[in-house]
Design a protein around this ligand. Structure first.
Ligand SMILES: [Zn+2]
Length: 279
């Protein structure tokens, strides 16, 4: 088994019928979104920060990713996560339309494929790594890598610490996505604290930079993490922000320990951006 490097290989799993059903579902959904997108516009309002996030930019997603950044550049401006959090925390009006990009999980293609494109557009992004996966080797650590997803076996390459330092040297940031990619809601308070502190210590020790931002794996409030507990524990552990996977814009004074973000796939068309990032 060779590591997955393309989106085509990433989705080519399961039996043929399941794949066909998924393709049909995607096509119907895409048709509906094309119609719905006509009623939405990203430039109707101002005074917000959107947090688009990705997991991967595979080899066959590079041109889509560049197109999406170009689309965002025409709608607003890019902000680094530190600056976006500081602006929200200041309570000041948000002076325009802003995009703050993050990546979850810490896949290798964030450095190899996304970073050169981010650089071309002058975008500073944050990757949230699950520190126990950083530096795992596709040959030596094959079984652990295949266990990353509950529901399917895929061999994906993760960043190593040298990659993380290169990412930081290019002006980007590394945040925490727990140590083991844990579903926080399933852990007791002590277990959550271990995940929060363990990943922070590992990331800071290896990068020499403060790790200030946290993102909950799986991201659904009340299902994957406990809204009334986990953001507080992250704050106590020294994090300056807590990101979820719930969609929507953030407006002036919005809660930095409850950041809404918009999940994107780099091959989605502009009508999908218009639908998900418009209002
Ligand atoms: Zn994740």
């Amino acid at each position: 088994m060779i590591p997955v490097r393309t989106y085509a290989a990433y989705i080519a799993h399961g039996d043929g019928r399941a794949r066909l059903r998924a393709q049909l579902r995607d096509r119907l959904r895409d048709g509906a979104l094309r119609v719905l997108a006509l009623t939405r516009s990203p430039t109707r309002t101002s005074g917000w920060i959107r947090f688009p996030y990705y997991h991967h930019v595979f080899d066959d997603e590079r041109s889509g990713f560049a197109r999406q950044l170009d689309w965002m550049r025409n709608v607003g401006e890019f902000l680094a996560l530190d600056d976006a959090v500081a602006l929200l925390q200041s309570g000041q009006p948000i002076p325009g339309r802003f995009f703050c990009l993050t990546f979850d999980d810490g896949f290798k293609n964030v450095l190899s494929n996304a970073a050169p494109i981010l650089d071309r557009f002058g975008v500073k992004a944050t990757v949230y790594v699950a520190s126990a996966y950083v530096g795992l080797d596709p040959l030596r650590d094959r079984e652990r890598l295949l266990g990353f997803y509950d529901h399917r076996q895929l061999l994906l390459e993760f960043l190593d610490w040298t990659d993380c330092r290169a990412w930081i040297a290019a002006g980007h940031a590394v945040g925490s996505h727990t140590h083991t990619h844990a579903r926080l809601a399933a852990l007791d308070e002590a277990g959550v604290s271990v995940e929060l502190a363990g990943s922070k210590t590992a990331i800071e020790g290896e990068t020499g930079r403060p790790c200030q931002h946290f993102c909950a794996p799986f991201g659904r409030p009340g299902i994957d993490y406990r809204s009334e507990r986990d953001p507080d524990l992250a704050r106590l552990a020294g994090y300056r922000s807590f990101a979820s996977g719930r969609r929507g814009p953030m407006t002036a004074g919005g809660p930095v320990y409850d950041l809404s973000r918009d999940h994107l796939l780099a091959n989605w068309g502009n009508h999908q951006l218009r639908y998900f990032l418009g209002d």
